[in-house]
Design a protein around this ligand. Structure first.
Ligand SMILES: Nc1nc2c(ncn2[C@@H]2O[C@H](COP(=O)(O)OP(=O)(O)OP(=O)(O)O)[C@@H](O)[C@H]2O)c(=O)[nH]1
Ligand SMILES: [Mg+2]
Length: 478
């Protein structure tokens, strides 16, 4: 299966290179040309971010702000010292306007104006901006109804949004793929976000699509959130190459325990998500490369997703510290890695270490002396099913440049079952059994069969992760 994904990765890259080759016709004999080809092959690829719905808008703008500040060195004051890092990062997420300003390679979409306008304003305050044509909103939200977002908004405005996406794609010299950001619980992010991800898959079959989804609080302020979450995840399971997730409950606990916030606001949760994602998305070197990864989404999916059955990836990063104490804190790799794998931060797969419950891990180390980090425990073959080749269980990327004011930082991505999936699916089944709120979905074009087929996709996902040790190896052998 790893071969399968590697084959796909190579095929996608090959096709993009061919497309590039026709654009850059050159004499392959001259040294200058060879240097230029080498430079071009190393040149970073770009990611178009889609921020859909309120949560998507807010998380996305916080992420882009952190990426921009880090790349431009305003956090660390190291900008001019590391040109390659800075150029790779900016090329990935920003273009440069005729006035020399950084413009996000992003599309902001919501069915109501408030969150979108706030994101535009916060970007300006931070020092970068959205392209004025990349902002799309209507006047009324989707009322937490996935069917409205997917069916009504998707049908009415999907084409308009895709026209904006196309404009952003045309601005990229080399497109790596898309990063759609959304919450699973509302109507716009989850419904329209799912529809847009499918449209992206249809229109850009060779591009990588890595979604980021925010799982709602278990206590849930949206009564139908289990329906919305299940319908979204089933749609994304087909259309995305990988689905990175954060759970609001876990983020809330982390803000209280590690940032000392008594009553964390959504803004605080978003800072944490953005910090984790920045640790993942900023330039880093895969082990085989002497330079930064050119294809961030492809390399990420290639390291983590061995088969279409397993695409769910949790994201953790440490340290999580309040800004005022960052500069005075020194770290050891041992304590950072221990923090990542113990206590409330440890990922689900580490909670029952007796049998393998994760498929693969990607560890990203940033800062001083990454060579001295001891991470053998994370690579232990017993962590992974026997069918995962030993060298593929854990992948490690490094970057010597510190990130976000931390002398050292680590991100751990784990291909595993989200803690809340089982519970959400059970709640969705219970509500469906009682026919609760179904009419609100039917009136916008989602049928009972659509519910059933989404639920059965997720039952299959649950079962595949639960039987990691045995079931798939049988499929592979046969
Ligand atoms: N972490 C985080 N969660 C959010 C944020 N905004 C909303 N949520 C969560 O997302 C869910 C609601 O989704 P929204 O993004 O508000 O909904 P929407 O996509 O705008 O859809 P409609 O409002 O129905 O049009 C709830 O579970 C909220 O707790 C945010 O900024 N950060
Ligand atoms: Mg909304």
């Amino acid at each position: 299966m790893f071969l399968w994904i590697r084959h796909c990765v190579a095929e996608k890259r090959g096709t993009r290179n061919e497309e590039r080759g026709t654009r850059n016709e050159v004499d392959p004999r001259s040294l200058r040309t060879r240097v230029e080809i080498f430079r071009l092959n190393r040149a970073g690829m770009s990611v178009v971010t889609l921020q859909v719905g309120q949560c998507g808008s807010q998380v996305g703008s916080e992420l882009l702000t952190q990426l921009w500040k880090d790349a431009c060195g305003s956090v660390l004051g190291l900008g001019s010292k590391d040109r390659e890092y800075r150029e790779t990062s900016l090329e990935r997420f920003f273009s440069v306007s005729s006035r020399g300003e950084s413009v996000a390679r992003a599309v902001l979409v919501d069915m109501e104006p408030k969150a979108v306008r706030a994101s535009v304003a916060s970007a300006r305050r931070a020092g970068w901006s959205y392209h004025s044509h990349s902002v799309f909103h209507q006047q009324r939200g989707s009322g937490n109804n996935w069917a409205y977002g997917y069916g009504v908004a998707g049908t009415r405005w999907g084409k308009d949004v895709m026209a904006i996406v196309r404009m952003q794609v045309e601005q990229c010299d080399r497109l790596a793929g898309f990063l759609p950001i959304l919450s699973l619980a509302g109507g716009t992010g989850s419904g329209l976000g799912s529809r847009l991800t499918q449209l992206l898959r249809d229109e850009y079959p060779k591009a990588f699509i890595v979604n980021h989804v925010t799982w709602p609080f278990n206590s849930g302020e949206v009564i139908v959130q289990s329906y919305n979450a299940m319908l979204s995840l089933a749609a994304l399971h087909d259309a995305a190459d990988a689905v990175l997730f954060h759970e609001n409950d876990g983020l809330h606990d982390a803000c209280r325990q590690h940032l000392g916030l008594a009553r964390p606001a959504l803004r605080d949760l978003n800072r944490l998500i953005a910090q984790h994602l920045a640790t993942v998305m900023q330039p880093a070197r895969p082990p085989t490369l002497p330079f930064y990864s050119c294809d961030p989404l492809g390399d990420l999916a290639g390291s983590l997703v061995p088969s279409p059955e397993f695409r769910l990836v949790s994201v953790q990063a440490v340290p999580e510290l309040a800004e005022d104490i960052r500069d005075f804190t020194c770290y050891l790799w041992t304590s950072l890695l221990r923090d990542l794998t113990t206590g409330s931060r440890r990922c689900n797969s580490m909670k029952s270490p007796s049998h393998p419950s994760c498929v693969s891990r990607l560890l990203i180390l940033r800062g001083k002396d990454t060579d001295s980090a001891e991470y053998a425990k994370l690579a232990a073959p017993s962590s992974f099913p026997a069918w995962v080749p030993p060298e593929r269980g854990l992948t490690v990327w490094t970057c010597s440049r510190p990130l976000g004011g931390h002398e050292k930082s680590v991100a751990l991505l784990t291909n595993e079952l989200p803690a809340s999936l089982d519970d959400s699916l059970r709640r969705a089944w219970d509500m469906f059994g009682a026919r609760a709120y179904i009419h609100q979905y039917i009136e916008h074009g989602v049928t009972e069969d659509d519910f059933l087929s989404s639920f059965s996709v997720l039952e299959q996902v649950l079962s595949s992760y639960r039987h990691l040790a045995t079931s798939l190896i049988c499929d592979w052998i046969s």
